[in-house]
Design a protein around this ligand. Sequence first.
Ligand SMILES: Nc1nc2c(ncn2[C@@H]2O[C@H](COP(=O)(O)OP(=O)(O)OP(=O)(O)O)[C@@H](O)[C@H]2O)c(=O)[nH]1
Ligand SMILES: [Mg+2]
Length: 340
Amino acid sequence: MREQFGIIGLGACGSNIANLFEAKNYTTVYVNTSKEDLDAIKGVHKVHISGAEGAAKDRKRVLQLATETFPDIIAKIESIIPQKYILVLFSSSGGTGSGLSTPILRYLSQTGKVCIPVMILPDEKVESAKACENAYNACAELMSIQGLGATFLLDNSNGDKFAINQKFVNDFDSFINLKNSSVYGNIDIAERKQILTCPGATVIGRLSKSKSTASDIMHNLHNGIYAKIESKIAYYLAISTSNKSLDISSLSKEFVGVYDVFSGVSEATTIAIVSGLQWPMKRIEKFKNKFEETVQNINNTIIHQPPTIQPLQSLSFSREEFKPTTTVNPRDILLGLLNN
Ligand SMILES: Nc1nc2c(ncn2[C@@H]2O[C@H](COP(=O)(O)OP(=O)(O)OP(=O)(O)O)[C@@H](O)[C@H]2O)c(=O)[nH]1
Ligand SMILES: [Mg+2]
């Protein structure tokens, strides 16, 4: 099934993770403002935003840099990635990936692609106020995009960032390439696609055969590489397990509003996935708090005039009906964001 998924890595972080997918033979494209970062990646398809030397964590600057060439960037991406299912990988807290993610996701979703955003959240305890401001704004924009598929929020506060990259790629790859042709039941390709088409936050857990009780699985889902699950509301639950005696209904009762449950029997490991989860708003608010505390400190302590910093807007999330269309102008999307 891997040939049905295309990979777009935006900025340094997105490209690092995308490169792990390319190593597993996924069709992959890297987009960056920084030529040095692109040169550091051993990948086949690279798109440099012409004239740019990086974006220095400035989300707006990346839109300005790409204003003229955005239709060409889109055309290049479309020529490399014909797939309907597209993972878009980026860090929320830098400039390039964070800034470019919104117009690219908007454009691709509007043209009927199933975009699966994989956004990396910063550890606010060690990252700057600027990084947190970017992360908050990237979350706000992501939540406003209609027609997105399942969203993976990888949280760098959960450990080593390169270990997080590798675990995500291994777990996602194992899920979409599940080998589960068992007479006891399977999660087929259509079901896997359905789960990944559901908007909202999504988490994957993977466990060994000896650790696959219901409580092991719940513990794994709650303590993985993702932003912590904050609400029990979920839409789909899928479990492919090597533990034939597992009571799936007891797991589904751990969530509220589960619309459908898919289960299958696998050989070696257990894979559980929950999609359609609520956004982790408490986690996202932490970025706003760090930003506002720092701005207050700046205002209280600095005697020269600091640059004007805009306050952050409050977030809201709605699930409106979404209908893709084929007549979308990429430049209009980018200019709409710039003039906002
Ligand atoms: N998980 C993970 N996080 C990363 C990785 N590389 C960078 N980060 C995090 O991503 C953030 C920085 O984002 P980058 O991707 O470097 O930024 P960029 O998109 O290239 O944007 P600019 O360099 O500002 O133009 C920081 O919070 C880093 O800790 C990575 O490979 N994995
Ligand atoms: Mg960079």
